[in-house]
Design a protein around this ligand. Structure first.
Ligand code: SF4
Length: 1528
C-alpha cells in the first residue's frame, strides 16, 4: 500500500510503528474498530515496526476494562499505545489518572460516527494527559506521529483524538515516511524507556511518578532565560531530552501542571543547571513545538498549539471545538453578502496543557469577536468547558481589555444541509449589539439513525451456560442482569451490569421476605372462605427454606387460593409469583455483562445475601502468559473461598457437563452467596465449539483451570469442604488448601497435588525439555565408547522412525555411541557441535517433510548463519517414484531428504556418503536402497569390518506376540497393576485388542503434555460385543452408567452396531469391564485378529423376520467366539481368586478354531435384509444377504466374501474391495459356511505383511474360484446359485414405523452415534429416562443411529411425551445430514490424521444453504468421513467421502453407489475446507439441474464424467481424477 484513505488506517500504522504493544480496543473480538483492520494487516504481513520488530497487538473488548491491560506492559518498560473509540474514556477515568504519568499514547476516534460527542474529551481533560487533536487525514498521520514522539520525549501520556468522519472526503495521502518517523521518534529515548526498570508495582501503577526536566534535558532555546509565557520561542535543532524520574519530590502533581495555563513551577525562568525539576506546561509546549518544527522542516506542513485559518484582517472568528468540516466547507463558498463571509476559524491542536494565553498569538489583531462553538452533548455545567478555558486564558494573557469579545455556543446535531443556516444563526447573534451567551445551535436530539451505536450482544458461544441455567431451573430462574430483559427506563449497558442486577435481586429478596411474613400472618387468619387454603399456606410457610418443596407447594397453594374467592386470597394471589422460590443469578461476562470483578464479588459476598454469581472467563489460557497478569478474574474463586462464607465452584462446560450441573444445583441450594467461575475460552465470539473444547481441555488438563467445588459448611455434615473434579490443580489453590487446616487430611490423601504444581509453561519449557532429554542421552553415552552418531528422523507413518531406530541399534553393536530422536525433539542450536549426524526422513504431502521434522526444517531452511563445518552427515530418504506421474512433479520424489542433504552441505556439513534413496517401487520397497546405503555409511564411520557381531534379533511381529502371549494373556495383568504409568506394555497393547480394548491417548493434550514433560494422557477405548446391535433397556442403563462412572461421560454407537466407551483410564479399566459383563454383555473379540461383532439389520418393520435373522447372527457370533480363558482370568476374577486362574506354566487353553496364532487379521461378518443394505453388506469379509420364503420368514443367505475397507494412503498395493458372490446357503448351515471361509483365510492369509493380510487380498491372490473350492472342500455341501435380491439404499429410515405385529419402532437421529448431554440437548439423560420405562429393546443401527423397538400402542403416549421433553423426536434434518456418518478420529483414535466426528457436522452445516437453494434439502446423498484410511465409517462406499490425510486436509472421493454396491474413486487429494466447498457447491448445483429422474448423486458424477466408475477393488487406483500426493 502506498496511499491511505482513512484516518483510522493512517493512525493505526503510526501506532504500529511506534510501539511495542498496541491495545486494539474493539466492540467485540470479531468486530473491527476504525484501526483494527489495518493493525491486523500489518501484523499478518509481519511488517517490522520502528520501536519493536514485531509489535504485539492485543485485542481487548471495549467493555472489558481495556485500559487496565496497559499497566502490565508499561510495568515491563514497554512502549504502549491504545487505539480506541471514545466510548471507553469515561469508564476508564480511574486508570487515566495513573496512565498519564507514562509514555502511553491513546488514539481516540470520536463517536458516534458523523455526530461525535466531544464531551467525552472535555470530561477527561483534567486527567493529566497531553491532548492533541487532528482533523484532516494528513493531520491524523502527522499528529499521531507527533503524539508518539512527544510521549517518548516527555515520558507522559498523550491522547490524540479525531473525528474519523471529518476527513472522509480527503484525498488519499502517502503512507508515513519511515525515515522521518524514525527521526522524530528518538529511538534512543525509546530504548531508555525499554530498559528503565520500574520499581515494585501494586495492581495499579505508582501515580507519584512525575516527569522531570533538567537543563541538559531541555531543548536549547535561544534567549531562554528571558523567555516569558507569551514570548516568541525558537528552537535549537537538537531534540529535547526529557526523562522521567522516580525520586523527584518537587512540585505539584502533573495533572495540575498540564491543565494550568501557567507553569506551576516558576523556576522555569531561572533554571538551576544541576537540579532536576518537575516538567511544566511550558516544557511540554517546547517539546511539541520542537517536534512540529522538525516535521515542518521535513514536510513543509506546519502545526501550532492554536491554528487560525482565514483572512488576515478578519473581524470575526469561530473557535470550533468539534468537527470543523461542515463549517469550513460552507465558509469557503460564502458570498460577500453572507454574515459569515470573511471570518476566520480557530482550532486547538494542543488542547491540554491549555495554553490559553497563546490563542491571541495565532489570531489577527483585527478580530473583535470570537464565537466559541462546542460540540458538547453531555452538559454538566452552565458554561461550556472550552468557553471557560478561553475566558481564563484571555484573562491571564497580556491583551487585557483589548481582548476580543467571546460568545459561547452549544452545538447540537448539524448536517451538511443545515450548516449554512446554523452559521447564519451564529453570526447574527455574534454581530448583534448584545450577543446571547450559550445559544444552542442545531438539533438537540440525536438523529434516530445514530442511536444505539454500541449494542451489547451475548456471544452465541456463551449460550452454553445460559441454556444450562434455563434447563436446570426452568421458570424458577431469574437472571438479574440478563441482556434481553426489559428494564424500564434503564439502558442495556447499565441494566446488564452486575451492580444493577445485585440491587434488583436485593429488592426482590426484600419483597419476598415481606410476602412471607404476609403469608405467615394470613395462615393464622380466619378470613378465608375455606380452611383448606389456610392449611396449604401453613405448609408452604413451613417449607420456605426448601426450594424444591416450596415450589411444589406453590402450585397447590395458588390453585386453592384461586377457588377460595375471599378478599385475602385475591390479595395474596396478586403477588402469586412470590410463592415460588427463584434461583437468582448474576452474570459476569467480558462480552456483554460488565465484568463482575473482585470488587463486585466482594460486594455480594460481604453482603452475605443468597445470590448466585456465574462468572464467565473467556480468556484462552494459551494467551494468558502474554496477557495482563493483573486481570481481575485471575483468582476470583480463590478470593471468594478466602471469605469462608461462600459456595465456590470452578467449572468448564466443555470439560465436564455434569460437573457444571452439579455446581449450579449446589450453588442454588447453598444459603448464602455462591460463585461459580465458568471457563469458556474463545478468541473470537464466533469460534467453533471444537476450538473452545480443545482449548478448555488443555487448560483443565494442565491444571490452569482446575475443576472443583467448595462448600465451607460441608464439614458440619462430616463431608469434605473441597472436592477436586479434575486431575490437576494450580499452585495458588493448592497453597490455599494447604493453609486450610480442615483440608490437611485431604492433602495427605492426594500427595500427587504437589508433584504436579510447580510446572511453568511455554516454549522455554519445551526447549528445556529437549535439552534435558538430549543431555541425559549424552551422559549415558559418555560412559560408552566409539564415535558418536546422532540419528534424527522425520516420519509420518513410522517407517522412517523404525529405520532410524534399527540403524541406531546396529550402530550400537558396532561400538558407536548412537542417539536416536525425532528431528523436532533435537535442539537445532546444538547441531553445529555434533560429530556425525544421520538424517532419515520420509516424504509427506506435496514433497513436504513429515510433521515431526517441520520445526527442525523451518529452523535450518533459511538459516545462513548456522556453521555446520564441524559435522559429518548422511541422509537417507524414503519415497515413491511413481506417485507423481507427471514429469514436472517428479521433483517431489524424496524431496525432503534431498533438501536436507543440500542444505546441510550448504551450511558446511561434510558428507559421509551420498544420499540414500529408498523407493517403494523397488522390489524390496525402500529396503532396496537402504541396503545399499547402510554399508557405505559403516565404511565411512570406520566400523564396516567389525568381527563377531551378535546376530540381530528379527523384529518382533504381531504373529510373535500372539504366539508368545499364552492365549492372549501376555503381561496384561501385571501392566494393569503397575501404577507408575497410565500405559501398558507395547506387546500388551496388541493383545488387549482381543479383549475388546485399545490403548489410546488424548491427542488434544498430546503436545502440551509433551512440553510439560508428562507422559501422554493415556486412556482406553472399550468396545462391547453386541451381536446384531440389540440391547435390552437394562443393558442400556448399565452402559449409560459405565460411560459416566468410568469413561468420559459419553457413549459412541459404532458403525458395527455396538457400544464404545472412550476416555477410560487404566485404573478404571477393570471395573468397566466387569460392569459390561454384569450387563450380560462382553467385550471379548470385539477387536483383534478374530471374528468380531456380527452385524444385522435392525429391520423395524418386520419383527418376526428380524428375530429369525438376529438368531442366526447370534449363532454365528457364538460359534466363532475364541475359547481362551484369559479374558475371564484377567478381567473378571478377583486378585485372590486362584481357583479359576489358568496362568503359570500349566496352560490348558485350547483354540479349536483359531489356534494359538488366531487369524492373520481382523475378520468381519454382516447380515443385510433386502431391500435395506444398511449394514453395507459388501464391505465385510463375509456379507450375508438374507433371503426370505413365501411366509416372510428366513430361508437362507446369499454369501459374499472378501469385502474390506482398510487402505494405506499412497500404498497402491492396498485398496478397498466389495465382496464377491459365492452363492447361496440355507439358514441352518450358514454358520458352518462362515466357519470354513474363516478357516481358509486362517490358513492362507498373509501373515508376513499385515497390510496384505485381509481376506480380500487372499481371494484376489488366489482367485475366487480356487478360494471357493477350498471352502467347499471343508464343507459337506456346496454353494447353490445366488437367489435374486434387490437393494434400495444403505441408510436408515427415521421416525416412527409400525411392524407387522402392530408394535411401534422409532429411529432416532443420533449424529455420528455420539450419545451425550450438552447444554442445548440433554440426549443422554433423555434416553436414560426412556430406558427406565421402555419394555421393548434398543437396536443400534449400522449407521450409528438408534432404534427404539417394540413400543406397544398403550405406551406410545408416554414414550412420545418423553421424547418431546428431551427433544429426541426431532428427525427434521437435511437429507445429507441424515445420510451422513463419521468415525471417531480425534481426539482419541491413535490413527487419526484429521478430525472426523467433530468436524463432519460443521461441514454439512456449511453445505446445507446450498442444498436448500437448489431444492435438494430433502434428497439423500450419502456422505461419509473418516480420520484415516482405515475406513471405520466405510467411506469408500459413500457417494461423497472424505478421508483424513493430515490435520485439516482430506482426500475427496466421488462416485460410490447409493446402496453401497460400488466403490468410489479419488477425486482430489489433500484439500481443506475452502476447496471442499468450492468444489461441492457448484457440483451440487449442477446435480440439481442435470440429474435424471431418481438418479442418485454417485451415479450422476459418473454419468456426467466427473469421475470414472470403480469396477472392482483392484481398479480403485486406476483412472483417478488426480494422483494422490503423500508420504512414500
Ligand atoms: S477410520 Fe481411522 S481415524 Fe477413524 S476411527 Fe477408524 S482408525 Fe480411527
Amino acid at each position: 500500500m502506498s496511499t491511505i484513505s482513512f484516518a483510522g488506517d493512517a493512525v493505526a500504522r503510526v501506532a504500529y510503528l511506534s510501539s511495542d504493544v498496541i491495545l486494539s480496543v474493539q466492540p467485540a473480538l470479531n468486530v473491527d474498530s476504525d484501526f483494527s483492520r489495518q493493525l491486523h494487516l500489518l501484523a499478518t504481513r509481519k511488517t517490522p515496526g520502528i520501536i519493536s520488530r514485531e509489535p504485539d497487538i492485543q485485542v481487548v473488548r471495549h467493555n472489558a476494562d481495556p485500559l487496565l491491560s496497559a499497566f502490565q506492559p508499561l510495568r515491563s518498560g514497554k512502549l504502549v499505545s491504545v487505539t480506541t473509540s471514545s466510548s471507553i474514556l469515561l469508564q476508564s477515568i480511574p486508570h487515566l489518572y495513573k496512565l498519564a504519568q507514562h509514555p502511553i499514547v491513546v488514539h481516540v476516534s470520536l463517536g458516534p460516527f458523523r455526530q461525535p460527542d466531544y464531551s467525552e474529551i472535555t470530561s477527561i481533560r483534567q486527567s493529566g494527559f497531553i491532548f492533541l487533536q487532528s482533523e484532516t487525514l494528513q493531520e491524523a498521520q502527522d499528529i499521531a506521529l507527533s503524539a508518539h514522539a512527544l510521549a517518548i520525549q516527555s515520558g507522559k501520556g498523550v491522547i490524540h483524538f479525531f473525528d474519523p468522519a471529518n476527513s472522509l472526503d480527503d484525498d488519499p495521502i502517502k503512507i508515513e515516511n519511515r525515515e522521518l518517523a524514525k527521526g522524530l521518534l528518538n529511538t534512543e529515548a525509546a530504548r531508555r524507556e525499554h530498559t528503565r526498570i520500574i520499581g515494585d508495582y501494586s495492581l495499579y501503577v505508582d501515580d507519584d511518578g512525575q516527569s522531570i526536566v533538567t537543563e541538559s534535558n531541555l531543548p536549547l532555546v535561544e534567549n531562554q532565560k528571558s523567555r516569558t509565557l507569551d514570548g516568541e520561542v525558537s528552537f535549537n535543532v537538537q531534540p529535547p531530552k526529557v526523562s522521567r524520574g522516580e525520586e523527584s519530590s518537587v512540585g505539584s502533581s502533573a495533572r495540575e501542571s498540564s491543565a494550568d495555563s501557567r507553569p506551576t513551577v516558576s523556576s522555569a525562568t531561572s533554571l538551576d543547571s544541576t537540579n532536576p525539576r518537575p516538567m511544566t506546561s511550558e516544557d511540554l509546549f517546547d517539546s511539541i513545538s520542537h517536534i512540529w518544527s522538525q516535521l515542518s522542516t521535513a514536510t513543509g506542513r506546519t502545526y501550532e498549539a492554536f491554528e487560525y485559518s482565514g483572512p488576515s484582517n478578519a473581524e470575526y472568528a469561530l473557535f470550533v471545538f468539534g468537527s470543523t468540516r461542515l463549517f469550513v466547507d460552507e465558509i469557503s463558498v460564502a458570498n460577500a453578502s453572507d454574515e459569515f463571509a470573511e471570518c476566520g476559524v480557530i482550532t486547538a491542536r494542543l488542547y491540554r496543557p491549555w495554553l490559553g494565553s497563546k490563542i491571541l498569538d495565532s489570531v489577527p489583531p483585527t478580530v473583535k469577536r470570537i464565537a466559541v462553538l462546542e460540540h458538547i452533548r453531555r452538559k454538566t455545567t452552565k458554561w461550556g468547558p472550552v468557553l471557560l478555558d478561553i475566558l481564563t486564558g484571555l484573562k491571564t494573557g497580556p491583551s487585557g481589555s483589548d481582548s476580543p469579545k467571546i460568545v459561547g455556543y452549544q452545538l447540537g446535531y448539524i448536517e451538511a444541509a443545515t450548516a449554512r443556516q446554523a452559521l447564519r444563526g451564529i453570526f447574527q447573534n455574534l454581530k448583534s449589539v448584545s450577543p446571547i451567551q450559550n445559544l444552542e445551535v442545531g438539533n438537540h436530539e440525536r438523529p434516530q439513525n445514530l442511536q444505539n451505536q454500541t449494542n451489547l450482544v451475548q456471544p452465541k458461544v456463551e449460550n452454553a451456560y445460559m441454556k444450562m441455567l434455563d434447563q436446570v431451573f426452568g421458570p424458577r430462574l431469574y437472571v438479574a442482569n440478563r441482556l434481553e430483559a426489559a428494564h424500564a427506563g434503564v439502558s442495556p449497558s447499565i441494566a446488564t451490569t452486575p451492580e444493577y442486577g445485585f440491587g434488583s435481586i436485593l429488592a426482590r429478596i426484600d419483597h419476598r421476605k415481606r410476602f412471607i411474613e404476609e403469608v405467615q400472618e394470613a395462615a393464622k387468619s380466619q378470613d378465608f372462605t375455606t380452611s383448606v387454603s389456610q392449611k396449604w399456606l401453613s405448609k408452604w410457610a413451613l417449607s420456605v427454606d426448601d426450594p424444591s418443596k416450596v415450589n411444589e407447594f406453590a402450585e397447590e397453594v395458588i390453585s386453592r387460593l384461586a377457588t377460595d374467592g375471599s378478599r385475602l386470597s385475591s390479595q395474596l394471589l396478586s403477588s402469586k409469583a412470590l410463592f415460588f422460590q427463584e434461583s437468582q443469578w448474576l452474570i459476569g461476562s467480558d462480552a456483554w455483562a460488565y465484568d463482575l470483578g473482585n470488587s463486585g464479588v466482594h460486594h455480594v459476598i460481604a453482603s452475605g445475601a443468597n445470590v448466585n454469581m456465574l462468572i464467565i472467563d473467556s480468556q484462552p489460557w494459551s494467551q494468558r502468559a502474554a496477557a495482563d497478569g493483573a486481570r481481575r478474574k485471575k483468582d476470583i474463586g480463590l478470593y471468594a473461598m478466602n471469605f469462608g462464607n461462600a459456595y465456590v465452584a470452578s467449572v468448564a462446560v466443555y470439560s465436564s457437563y455434569t460437573q457444571v450441573l452439579e455446581a449450579m444445583i449446589e450453588a442454588d441450594q447453598f444459603k448464602g452467596p455462591s460463585v461459580v467461575v465458568a471457563y469458556l475460552p474463545y478468541n473470537k465470539e464466533d469460534d467453533s465449539p471444537l476450538t473452545v473444547l480443545q482449548e478448555t481441555k488443555r487448560a483443565v488438563d494442565i491444571g490452569y483451570w482446575p475443576l472443583y467445588r467448595w462448600n465451607p459448611y460441608n464439614e458440619d455434615e462430616g463431608k469434605q469442604n473441597f472436592s477436586l473434579d479434575s486431575e490437576r490443580i494450580k499452585q495458588e489453590l493448592e497453597e490455599f488448601l494447604r493453609r486450610d487446616n480442615h483440608l490437611t487430611q485431604l492433602m495427605n490423601r492426594h500427595p500427587t497435588f504437589s508433584a504436579n504444581l510447580s510446572e511453568s509453561y511455554g516454549t522455554e519449557v519445551r526447549a528445556l525439555q529437549k535439552r534435558k532429554a538430549k543431555d541425559a542421552y549424552s551422559k549415558m553415552l559418555e560412559s560408552l565408547y566409539g564415535a558418536p552418531v546422532t540419528i534424527l528422523f522425520a516420519s509420518d507413518n513410522g517407517n522412517a522412525e523404525s529405520l532410524a531406530k534399527r540403524f541406531g541399534n546396529r550402530g550400537r553393536v558396532r561400538g558407536l555411541k548412537t542417539m536416536v530422536m525425532s528431528m523436532d525433539d533435537f535442539p537445532v542450536e546444538d547441531l553445529a557441535v555434533e560429530e556425525n549426524v544421520v538424517l532419515i526422513t520420509s516424504t509427506a504431502g506435496q514433497g513436504e517433510i513429515p510433521q515431526n521434522g517441520r520445526a527442525f526444517w523451518d529452523a535450518i531452511k533459511d538459516n545462513t548463519e548456522l556453521d555446520l563445518s564441524q559435522i559429518h552427515f548422511s541422509v537417507f530418504a524414503l519415497g515413491d517414484s511413481h506417485y507423481w506421474p507427471r514429469k514436472e512433479d517428479r521433483i517431489y520424489y524424496n524431496k525432503p531428504g534431498k533438501d536436507l542433504d543440500a542444505k546441510v552441505a550448504f551450511l558446511g556439513g561434510k558428507r559421509l556418503t551420498d544420499i540414500g534413496l529408498g523407493d517403494d517401487q523397488d522390489p524390496d520397497s525402500y529396503y532396496t536402497g537402504y541396503n545399499e546405503w547402510e554399508p557405505t555409511l559403516w565404511q565411512a564411520l570406520g566400523v564396516a569390518n567389525i568381527e563377531g557381531l551378535p546376530e540381530e534379533p528379527p523384529p518382533i511381529t504381531n504373529e510373535d506376540i500372539k504366539t508368545q502371549s499364552n492365549f492372549l494373556r501376555g503381561t496384561i495383568a501385571e501392566g494393569l497393576a503397575d501404577t507408575t504409568t497410565g500405559a501398558i506394555a507395547a506387546a500388551d497393547q496388541q493383545l488387549t485388542k482381543f479383549h475388546g480394548t485399545y490403548m489410546q491417548d488424548d491427542r488434544d493434550l498430546r503436545d502440551e503434555r509433551k512440553a510439560q514433560g508428562l507422559e501422554p494422557a493415556y486412556i482406553f477405548m472399550i468396545r462391547c460385543r453386541l451381536n446384531g446391535g440389540v440391547a435390552t433397556p437394562a443393558q442400556w442403563l448399565q452402559m449409560d452408567s459405565i460411560s459416566s462412572s468410568f469413561g468420559n461421560g459419553t457413549m459412541k454407537m459404532t458403525t458395527r452396531q455396538t457400544f464404545q466407551f472412550h476416555g477410560v483410564v487404566k485404573t478404571k479399566l477393570k471395573p468397566a469391564m466387569r460392569g459390561i459383563n454384569k450387563a450380560l454383555m462382553t467385550t471379548i473379540a470385539a477387536c483383534g485378529d478374530v471374528n468380531r461383532n456380527v452385524m444385522c439389520s435392525p429391520l423395524p418393520t418386520k419383527s418376526a423376520f428380524h428375530r429369525d435373522v438376529h438368531e442366526v447372527s447370534a449363532r454365528i457370533s457364538d460359534h466363532l467366539l475364541p475359547s481362551t480363558t484369559a479374558y475371564h482370568e484377567i478381567w473378571l476374577k478377583d486378585e485372590d481368586d486362584k481357583q479359576i486362574k489358568v496362568a503359570g506354566n500349566a496352560v490348558v487353553d485350547h483354540e479349536p478354531l483359531y489356534g494359538s496364532t488366531y487369524l492373520p487379521r481382523k475378520f468381519k461378518i454382516a447380515i443385510a435384509v433386502p431391500p435395506h443394505n444398511d449394514t453395507d453388506v459388501y464391505a465385510h469379509d463375509i456379507g450375508l444377504i438374507a433371503i426370505k420364503n413365501k411366509n416372510e420368514r428366513l430361508e437362507g443367505f446369499n454369501v459374499l466374501v472378501g469385502g474390506g475397507m482398510g487402505v494405506t494412503h499412497n500404498n497402491k498395493k492396498t485398496y478397498p474391495r466389495t465382496g464377491s458372490m459365492m452363492g447361496y446357503v440355507a439358514a441352518d448351515k450358514v454358520h458352518i459356511a462362515c466357519e470354513k471361509i474363516m478357516l481358509v483365510q486362517r490358513d492362507h492369509g498373509d501373515r508376513k505383511n499385515r497390510k496384505h493380510a485381509r481376506l480380500k487380498y487372499t481371494i484376489d491372490d488366489m482367485g475366487l474360484d480356487v478360494f471357493k473350492g477350498k471352502v467347499e472342500d471343508l464343507l459337506d455341501f456346496t454353494f447353490e446359485n445366488q437367489h435374486p435380491f434387490h437393494f434400495k439404499s444403505n441408510i436408515d429410515t427415521f421416525g416412527w414405523q409400525k411392524d407387522e405385529l402392530g408394535l411401534n419402532h422409532f429411529t432416532f437421529f443420533i449424529e455420528n452415534g455420539r450419545v451425550e448431554d450438552s447444554a442445548t440437548y440433554p440426549m443422554k439423560t433423555g434416553l436414560r429416562e426412556i430406558a427406565k420405562v421402555h419394555k421393548g429393546d434398543f437396536r443400534l443401527t449400522p449407521n450409528q443411529h438408534l432404534c427404539l423397538s417394540g413400543v406397544h400402542d398403550d405406551d406410545l403416549d408416554t414414550i412420545k411425551g418423553m421424547m418431546k421433553q428431551y427433544r429426541l423426536d426431532n428427525v427434521q434434518f437435511s437429507g445429507l445430514r441424515l445420510s451422513s456418518s463419521a468415525c471417531v478420529a480425534f481426539p482419541t483414535c491413535g490413527l487419526a490424521m484429521a478430525e472426523s466426528e467433530r468436524y463432519l457436522p460443521e461441514l454439512i452445516t456449511k453445505l446445507e444453504g446450498c442444498l436448500e437453494e437448489h431444492g435438494l434439502s430433502h434428497d439423500s446423498i450419502v456422505m461419509r468421513m473418516t480420520g484415516c484410511p482405515n475406513g471405520c465409517a466405510r467411506p469408500w462406499l459413500a457417494e461423497i467421502a472424505f478421508v483424513g490425510k493430515a490435520y485439516k486436509a482430506y482426500n475427496m472421493y466421488l462416485g460410490g453407489g447409493y446402496h453401497g454396491q460400488r466403490l468410489n474413486k479419488l477425486y482430489r487429494s489433500s484439500i481443506g475446507e475452502e476447496e471442499i466447498l468450492d468444489i461441492l457447491k457448484p457440483m451440487i448445483k449442477r446435480y440439481a439441474l442435470e440429474r435424471n429422474e431418481a438418479e442418485h448423486f454417485g451415479d450422476w458424477t459418473i454419468r456426467s464424467g466427473i469421475i470414472h466408475q470403480t469396477t472392482e477393488g483392484k481398479a480403485f487406483h486406476e483412472n483417478v481424477a488426480e494422483e494422490e500426493s503423500d508420504e512414500g
